[in-house]
Design a protein around this ligand. Sequence first.
Ligand code: ZN
Ligand code: ZN
Length: 368
Amino acid sequence: MTSSDATTYESRQDRLRSQLEQRRLSFLAVTRPADIFYLTGFRGDAGLAVFGPDGARLWVDPRYTLQAQSDARGVRVIEGKKSLLALAGKWLARRGGRVGYDATHLTCAQFETFREAGKSNGRRPLRWEAVASPVAELRAVKDPDEIDRIRRACHLTASVLDEVLRTVRPGVREADLAAELEYRMRKSGAEGPAFETIVASGPQAAWPHARASNKVLAPGELVIFDLGAILGGYAADMTRTVYLGRPTRRVRRMYEAVLEAQREAVETARVGVQAGAVDAAARRVLKRRALDSYFTHSTGHGVGIEVHEPPRLARGQKARLQAGSVVTVEPGVYLEGFGGIRIEDTVLVRTNGPEILTPAAKDCWYLA
Ligand code: ZN
Ligand code: ZN
């Protein structure tokens, strides 16, 4: 695992502070673990960080004290033996001002605890400001350290899939292939799978989010593999589809359409382009082949610390891709009772064009 130097976190925290100024906030309470990891390098599944004009504090419960003291950068670590929200609320009450909190993450009950504690012995009452995903905008543009981690997660994922595809044949169980993929991810250094590995064959390949079942692969079936490793705290996401046997004309036509839709959409993923335009590019190709009505999900999503992050590559999405956006491009077609085809890469948007980070072959797709 790469250990980023302190300046990486310093510059992320600086950018957060300039957002605080823009929003006229005295403090911002960050509660989403992925945001805390992004801003400080501390990776626990609980904790509360408060960023202010001069310094930041990170409250953690005793399970995480040592880990936070070792990993967290640019924050003062405080061990809290009771509700972290109550402790931070009291601390804020002694200071006063406008406090932003992540309204897309805290539950109503949690916010009540926070606000109640903020009333105690306050000189000036706190003013609370709901902010939707306050760190999402920063996280949507990856810095070199993040790109390095995602690139390594993607390479690991692609090479594991390459190895396991050689063992795919009729008679093998979906669940065994999924287990083998996840085992090899860990053996190659991944911290684990970023999400439950999908191996879906035959009619089940028509369910975009099928899980790996006890079903045995049969000749003449399409098989979808959707997987991604976590490495250095960052996710990869890729999908390949193979056909067991010599493809019929219908299957060949479908596969070529999805492949072309995917290539076109990847080509569209450039700096300044709206997320919705990448989605539209994939749909246009499928429409020419009269397959667009079988493409039932959006074209892609951002990838980073979490496997689904903004931007969404979906109809009408106006967010513009930037240099440093990392997104998936994953069109698919799904025919009930027959099967499905999806091809997905994780793509880095660079000033000079898109770069595919999951470099596994897409043209050797049937096992004749
Ligand atoms: Zn995927
Ligand atoms: Zn995906």
